[in-house]
Design a protein around this ligand. Structure first.
Ligand SMILES: [Zn+2]
Length: 115
C-alpha cells in the first residue's frame, strides 16, 4: 500500500525529470546561438566583410603607405591581412577596436598568430 501523500510521486518526479532534460537541451541550443553571436572572431570577420570594415582597410592601407606594419615590405592591398596588435584571443574586447588593428602581409600575420 502506498502512503497517501506520496501517491503518484514517482510518476510526477519522472515527468519532471523528463521536462528538465528537455529544457536543458533547449537551453544548450540557446547558449550555442549566443556564443556564436558574441564570438569575437566571428564578430570581427563580419565587420571585416562589411562596408565599414572594407573602407577602414583601404584608408589604413594608405596611412601605412602600402607597407606591412611588421616587416615594412610593400604589399598589395588585396590579400593583405588585418592584424590585431593585441591578440584577439587575449583581448576579445578589442575585436572591433580599429586602434588595435594594423595591416600586415599574410606571412607576418600568420607567423605572429603561431607564437
Ligand atoms: Zn610583413
Amino acid at each position: 500500500m502506498e502512503y497517501l501523500p506520496f501517491k503518484g510521486l514517482t510518476e510526477r518526479l519522472f515527468k519532471l525529470n523528463f521536462k528538465l532534460d528537455q529544457q536543458l537541451v533547449e537551453s544548450k541550443a540557446i547558449i550555442d546561438k549566443i556564443k556564436a553571436k558574441y564570438d569575437p572572431r566571428a564578430e570581427f570577420n563580419r565587420w571585416r566583410e562589411s562596408l565599414e570594415g572594407k573602407s577602414w582597410k583601404e584608408k589604413q592601407y594608405k596611412n601605412q603607405k602600402g607597407c606591412c606594419a611588421i616587416c615594412k615590405q610593400l604589399i598589395p592591398l588585396k590579400g593583405s591581412h588585418i592584424d590585431h596588435i593585441k591578440p584577439l584571443a587575449s583581448y576579445p574586447d578589442l575585436a572591433l577596436d580599429t586602434r588595435n588593428m594594423q595591416i600586415t602581409c599574410p606571412d607576418c600575420n600568420i607567423s605572429k598568430g603561431n607564437k
